[in-house]
Design a protein around this ligand. Structure first.
Ligand code: M6R
Length: 367
């Protein structure tokens, strides 16, 4: 049932605060200083021996893995590679018993992701699955399962599953950091406190959906657009672009902001919409200089940033959407909500079947 919403996708976007809370529930100590994941069979010794991590998935789950990489690398200081499952399974990946393979799948039934899991096993790796479906094939075959508690996702376009995967990655990265001693208890408590504020912060973004709707109606008249970002903003740009293509059929591309001038800048002309994710303070100035390159070619820029940067950014862009402040590594859990809504309202404006986009299936159980 759609619970009063016009589409499952809109309902699922609105269920994200609950999905975040449910995915965190019971997974930290009452003081909020430690992550506890009693479901994991992996021993402390196994965790200390991990030499590298490979995160393998398809589509949106792959994009969640890009955010997961940043969380694991920055918190636990373990090298991480991301792979698309259909590539990984055929490229003889270098996997050892000290490799932790993490497969990510909402449905737990994606054929290529299941094959990637088996490839990991065949090479002696420990495989952890992050999935939304407890009894799925991937959950059954993996050595360890970290369940996302997003609840059933019906719309073909994944929303709450993606953000719950990010929450699961954050918890797991903190857990690795605890066991390996790479973060202090104080730092862990600080991050957990920030995570607990996320549901309320998502609510505040949802309250601003009319602004996003107006901008979506504007972009629905365009044929191409670009998403830019650096670091995790680039990861979110990729997911934002997929979401838009998938349900609105507007062509878009996601670019690492610094990469644009190596070719793609040639496509920027008068009036082309460019959505710049600009939430990462450490590289904000760099992103702003990329935005200026776009503006100089006539591109029309919308920036997604924190409130405190709005006035400054308005000197270089046409429009701004502000999101609440969180830690840089957690911003994807907020910024994506704006671009999910953007995709939703663009699809709606164009009269497409939002929940069942053409050519696509919810679960891809064939190669
Ligand atoms: O069930 P999975 O997470 O394994 O599915 C992977 C992709 O097929 C899926 O995320 C797809 O990209 C979504 N339709 C995107 O919204």
């Amino acid at each position: 049932e759609k619970g009063g919403y016009e589409h499952f996708m809109l309902k699922e976007i609105h269920e994200q605060p609950k999905a975040y809370r449910d995915t965190m529930l019971g997974r930290m100590n009452p003081e909020g200083t430690k992550v506890i994941l009693p479901e994991l069979k992996m021993t402390e010794e196994q965790i200390k021996n991990i030499k590298n991590v490979q995160i393998v998935a398809c589509g949106t789950a792959y994009h969640a893995g890009l955010v997961g990489r940043n969380l694991i690398e920055s918190l636990a200081r373990i090298p991480v590679e991301n792979d698309i499952a259909s590539e990984y399974r055929y490229r003889s990946p270098i996997v050892t018993p000290e490799t932790l393979v993490i497969v990510v799948s909402q449905s737990g039934e994606t054929a290529d992701t299941l094959a990637a899991l088996r490839e990991g096993h065949a090479n002696g790796a420990h495989v952890l699955a992050i999935t939304n479906v407890v009894g799925s094939s991937i959950a059954r075959e993996a050595d360890d399962v970290l369940v996302t508690l997003a609840g059933p996702e019906i719309a073909v376009a994944s929303t709450k599953a993606y953000t719950s995967q990010i929450i699961a990655f954050a918890l797991f990265a903190l857990y690795l950091a605890e066991v390996r001693g790479t973060q202090s208890e104080k730092e862990i408590a600080h991050i957990l406190a920030a995570m607990q504020s996320l549901p309320e912060q998502v609510e505040s973004i949802l309250e601003k959906k009319d602004d996003i709707k107006a901008y979506a109606e504007h972009i629905s008249k365009h044929e191409h657009l670009f998403y830019l970002g650096r670091g995790v903003d680039y990861a979110v740009a990729q997911e934002s672009s997929l979401k838009l293509k998938e349900i609105s059929y507007i062509h878009s591309e996601a670019y690492a902001a610094g990469e644009l001038k190596h070719g793609t800048l040639a496509l920027i002309e008068e009036g082309v919409p460019v959505i710049a994710l600009a939430t990462q303070e450490a590289v904000l100035e760099k992103t702003v200089s990329n935005i200026k390159e776009v503006k100089a070619r006539g591109g029309e820029v919308l920036a997604i940033t924190h409130q405190e940067h709005v006035n400054d950014l308005l000197k270089s862009v046409d429009r701004v959407i502000a999101i609440p402040k969180t830690l840089p590594m957690l911003t994807p859990a907020l910024s994506i909500v704006t671009t999910q809504l953007l995709a939703y309202y663009a699809s709606l404006a164009l009269g497409h079947d939002v929940d069942k986009p053409r050519n696509l299936a919810k679960s891809v159980t064939v190669e």
